[in-house]
Design a protein around this ligand. Structure first.
Ligand SMILES: [Zn+2]
Ligand SMILES: [Zn+2]
Length: 350
């Protein structure tokens, strides 16, 4: 965010933004935390990666022709004008009138917003509609049947583009429609923000006389987890005690869970995947995490977005209330530079 000005082509605007960037130092951290909380971006290793929701918002803003809000030029332009005002070269009223006009335009666009007609660069699938054999097309939110003649007279079949906050890749949705199932896929997030792994299937619903998307967690987990029925862990040995409420932690479906996080009377939300970003988390590692706060250094994580492998510890983060990544200190690699940096730091401190 500090260096957002670099993305601007116009020299004057870029200069106006130099050393300022987007937001102020005081608000930046809160803005980033807010974006993570709302799932516009995800922390992955040391990086922040935009999620499906972020791309959807960009499509929306572009489709609504409110592109100003997607560009750092907007801030650059404001900073430039504020500087002009300081120098007495621009009237406050003129600036404010411009702001008011822009706000009016955005509100008008947002009011007229009809989510089914937002233009965008959408795909047409090769695989036909499972219900009527028609042409399936992407729109702003869904993949929807457009009818056998591709004329908008679809049969009503449609599925979400981002089930469980995870965006379909095009080749995945093609396979999914052809096979009526896919997975297990990683990278879903529950409403509470837990990552989870699941299979997806297309199930025929007699009531709507059409196919719909369903999550498939495997029969056992589904039977016990979703119905609110008590879960029987009596044939399992506990991995340790829950860092939140000291309950016993057991294996359950694709996760390790606190005994109080499933069943009829849920009072805890401790849960951690058995596979996280393609890294299997063995029972011994989960036991170690529960006993000491973190696992050994695991080296098989693969970033969803960059496809790069990375190493990390899994550790219980008290502040976030969940298991998250912890990284090796960087020190070893920059050993050569360390003395100089230390000296500089010592100077500063003095
Ligand atoms: Zn159809
Ligand atoms: Zn618990």
């Amino acid at each position: 965010m500090e260096s957002a000005g670099k993305l601007i082509d116009d020299d004057e605007l870029r200069e106006a933004m130099q050393e300022k960037g987007l937001g102020t130092p005081a608000t930046r951290a809160a803005i980033i935390e807010g974006l993570i909380y709302e799932k516009y971006i995800h922390r992955e290793g040391r990086e922040l990666v935009p999620g499906a929701k972020a791309f959807q918002l960009m499509t929306l803003l572009r489709g609504l022709d409110i592109e100003d809000l997607t560009k750092p030029e907007l801030t650059g332009n404001w900073e430039y004008q504020l500087a002009e005002m300081e120098k007495g070269r621009l009237e406050r009223d003129a600036f404010m009138a411009q702001i008011a006009k822009m706000a009016e335009r955005i509100v008008k666009k947002a009011k007229e917003y009809d989510r089914d007609t937002i233009p965008g660069d959408y795909a047409t699938l090769k695989t036909p509609c499972p219900n009527c054999g028609g042409v399936v097309k992407e729109n702003y939110r869904r993949f929807a049947c457009n009818g056998p003649k591709d004329d908008g007279h679809g049969c009503g079949f449609s599925i979400s583009k981002i089930p469980g906050s995870r965006a379909f890749e095009l080749d995945e949705v093609e396979r999914f429609l052809a096979d009526k199932k896919i997975g297990p896929l990683e990278g879903f997030r529950s409403k509470a923000g837990w990552p989870f792994t699941a299979e997806l299937k297309l199930a025929y619903d007699d009531e709507i006389k059409n196919w719909k998307l369903e999550f498939d967690f495997g029969e056992d987990a589904k039977k016990e987890g979703e119905s609110g029925e008590p879960v029987d862990f009596s044939d399992q040995q506990s991995l340790g005690s829950c860092p939140k409420d000291q309950g016993h932690v057991y294996e359950h479906g694709t996760s390790y869970v606190c005994e109080h996080a499933v069943g009829a009377n849920v009072t805890c939300d401790f849960k951690s995947g058995k596979i996280i970003l393609q890294q299997p988390v063995a029972r011994e590692q989960m036991t170690k995490l529960l006993a000491t706060g973190k696992t050994d250094l695991l080296d098989g994580f693969v970033s969803n977005k960059t496809r790069r492998k990375f190493k990390a510890y899994l550790a219980y983060d008290k502040k976030e209330g969940k298991v998250s990544f912890e990284f090796e200190p960087r020190a070893a690699k920059v050993a050569g530079k360390a003395p100089a940096a230390k000296k500089a730091a010592a100077k500063k401190a003095a």
